[in-house]
Design a protein around this ligand. Structure first.
Ligand code: HEM
Ligand code: MG
Length: 256
């Protein structure tokens, strides 16, 4: 019986410290966190500095590789896009709270954060996330459900936030964010992901290893993301034609 109890205790301990060498711990007082559930998660596991400060290119590339199997080229591109978050000229690092600056990288109509107009734009907001989750109508999320939740959040913001801002550049970032759970936890070819894993991730800012997830074996490249993103983009159309843009052209032709 002692052996069994010891075995169970060890099993439990190894589950808690999983992924190997990267146990999860919540942010401590003074640690910085931001609007990105994944950057927060990587900090909570110590893939990024747990204090959320001084994230250099090297830190970001290593964290994205070790935590999510992103290839260095992709991670470098992401760092290049992120560095404007630090307002200092020629900055070589950013902190997680640099990401909070509204309308720099952080934008309206997030899936799990309130718009800056309504208050805190970077802490997880259960009310906002529940609105998003309404559109996740089956246990396996597909591109359509993910796209619907994004479009719905945009309509809410456009309707109720008088300062609603969402540019074509925001749209590119937003599509990348909406597909991100598929990249981290799902099937990137089918563009599907288990809802339970995604909810656990957003609500706990923790990798869903206790639910059976593990880092994917295949390396994630920019191309992986671009392909999956285009499925989400197509699914944001509210038309039912298989090719909405084509049928629009046909209609224009008919009018002439
Ligand atoms: C959102 C930064 C990598 C998943 C955001 C936002 C920022 C950001 C500023 C807030 C946008 C908003 O207002 O909603 C970054 C940076 C990264 C990074 C600087 C790396 C250098 C990742 C990765 C993933 C991810 C690798 C997952 C694979 C998400 C998701 C959101 C988000 C799901 C949307 C949150 C929401 O709408 O509530 N990220 N991110 N991010 N990010 Fe990241
Ligand atoms: Mg936002």
């Amino acid at each position: 019986a002692t052996t069994l109890a010891l075995g169970l205790a060890l099993g439990r301990a190894s589950e808690l410290s999983y992924p190997q060498g990267h146990p999860w711990a919540p942010a401590r007082r003074g640690d910085l966190r931001g609007p990105c559930p994944m950057m927060n998660t990587l900090a909570n596991h110590g893939y990024l500095q747990r204090d959320g400060r001084n994230i250099t290119r090297e830190n970001a590339v290593k964290a994205l590789a070790d935590g999510l199997n992103f290839n260095p080229t992709l991670a470098n591109i992401m760092f290049d896009q992120a560095i404007i978050a630090n307002p200092e000229p020629n900055a070589t690092y950013f902190t997680l709270d640099h990401l909070n600056q509204h309308n720099v990288l952080e934008h309206d109509a997030s899936l799990s954060r309130a718009d800056a107009y309504f208050g805190n734009n970077h802490i997880f907001n259960q009310t906002v996330f529940d609105e998003t989750r309404q559109y996740w109508v089956a246990p396996i999320l597909n591109a359509s459900m993910l796209a619907n939740s994004k479009v719905a959040r945009m309509i809410s913001s456009k309707a109720f936030n008088p300062t609603y801002t969402f540019t074509l550049i925001t749209e590119e970032f937003s599509l990348g964010e909406v597909v991100a759970p598929v990249i981290a936890f799902g099937d990137t070819d089918a563009v599907i992901v288990n809802r339970t894993l995604v909810e656990y991730f957003f609500e706990n800012e923790r990798l869903p290893t206790s639910l059976g997830w593990k880092r994917r074996d295949e390396i994630v490249s920019l191309n992986t993301i671009l392909k999956a993103t285009s499925a989400i983009r197509n699914a944001t159309s509210l038309f039912t034609d298989s090719d909405a843009s084509l049928s629009k052209r046909k209609l224009t032709a008919n009018l002439h």
